[in-house]
Ligand binder design. Sequence first.
Ligand code: ZN
Length: 137
Amino acid sequence: MNHGLRTFVLLVAGVVAGACADSGRATSHLEAENQALRRDADRLREDLDVQRAESERLRRELAAERAATATLPVAPPALRTDVPVPIPPAPRANAPQPAPSERLAVSAQCGGTTQKGARCKRMTKSPNGLCYQHGGN
Ligand SMILES: [Zn+2]
């Protein structure tokens, strides 16, 4: 989270610098905007300090928790709070397999195109993904 805020501050600074470099007109307006953005950046820096303190506190809590519970070596605490990526369930060898007739019953939309240029709406069980009118079976 600290990293994200820092990136944002740098981004704001970059936008200001880019805007000033690209345009020779309305510089006074841009200067006012620049100052406003600088104030925003200062405010964000203060927020960053708060976040940093919070992060440090959480880090200590995490370390204490790990020391209390884990027997594994303590890894550096992750600072990212991204949404965890869903992991598709791995196919299990002992999972019940569908009966052959069920597997053959699985059908997909035909990959062919109609004369009007639209996607064919027929469903097909053909291995090539095409209905009987588009070369499947
Ligand atoms: Zn078709």
